[in-house]
Design a binder for this molecule. Structure first.
Ligand SMILES: NC(=O)c1ccc[n+]([C@@H]2O[C@H](COP(=O)([O-])OP(=O)(O)OC[C@H]3O[C@@H](n4cnc5c(N)ncnc54)[C@H](O)[C@@H]3O)[C@@H](O)[C@H]2O)c1
Length: 249
């Protein structure tokens, strides 16, 4: 029997492919047979990811996705896609009263405008095939929960979910599915490199999780594989919370 989660014959673009969830998703997707287009700001680490993929005709494109001219160049450089995973993003923890306009514009540019404008550019340039799957990374923050210091980050993720629901309706007639994945904390550089949080605070925070741990990147990547595969052809406009039970505890 053919594996229903197989991605053979599918061309899939993953942003944020140099690290964390994006890197892991690219590796797992290649193992399921997909041909990958990797995109990230960090060329060196993306080259490492390229070396970790299962064999195939993969390629990479180094770019700052907040620069709109890069979106056009990227779209012009690729063949039509069967899957798009918008994973590039940043975190930012800052008390609300210190959130300046510059910080707000920067995080909105990376976490909201870049993925939405990349998707729009690819749609306009006919680089998204009929029946393709588009996945956005949101977070439980902004879609389900709030956390102290996360007002700006949460705003970007709430905005993503709002846009996903309308995009799903607009693209459904062409069989293009648009979904959102909302993890709680995942063990990646995004949370490991926060210099204003101590190891004791991390340990105490993990105690709030029913499983007493954060997710590993592959625990998010496998759900993204489901969304990219033909097992999920009736799933659109959804927001899957992957939190080890955090939001129901
Ligand atoms: N790690 C978590 O706890 C967690 C939880 C919920 C949601 N998320 C979301 O998942 C996504 C991936 O996060 P991660 O934990 O893998 O982060 P990460 O820091 O490990 O990887 C993010 C990648 O995005 C790239 N990137 C950042 N800005 C870019 C830009 N302007 N142009 C191109 N590439 C850029 C970085 O170079 C990096 O390789 C993000 O959208 C994040 O908000 C993460």
């Amino acid at each position: 029997m053919k594996n229903p989660f197989s991605l053979e014959g599918k061309r899939i673009l993953v942003t944020g492919a140099a690290s964390g969830i994006g890197r892991c998703t690219a590796i797992k997707a290649s193992e399921m047979g997909a041909t990958l287009v990797l995109v990230d700001l960090n060329e060196e680490r993306m080259q490492e990811t390229l070396g970790m993929l299962a064999s195939g005709d993969h390629s990479m494109f180094a770019a700052d996705l907040t620069q709109t001219e890069n979106l056009e160049k990227l779209a012009a450089s690729i063949e039509p896609l069967d899957g798009l995973v918008n994973c590039a993003g940043i975190g930012l923890t800052l008390p609300f009263k210190f959130c300046g306009e510059d910080e707000l514009k920067r995080i909105m540019a990376i976490n909201f405008f870049a993925p939405v404008l990349l998707t729009q550019t690819l749609v306009k340039k006919k680089k998204i095939n009929k029946g393709a799957s588009i996945v956005y990374m949101a977070s439980i923050d902004g879609t389900v929960t709030g956390h102290i210091g996360n007002s700006m980050y949460s705003a970007t993720k709430g905005a993503i979910l709002g846009s996903v629901r309308s995009q799903a309706l607009e693209m459904a007639a062409r069989g293009i599915r648009v979904n959102c994945v909302s993890p709680a904390r995942v063990n990646t550089p995004l949370i490991q490199n926060r210099n204003n949080i101590s190891a004791e605070q991390v340990k105490a925070n993990m105690e709030l999780y029913p499983m007493k741990r954060y997710a590993e990147p592959e625990e998010i990547a496998y759900y993204i594989i489901y969304l990219l595969s033909d097992t999920s052809t009736y799933t659109t406009g959804s927001n899957l919370v992957i939190d080890g039970g955090f939001t129901i505890a």
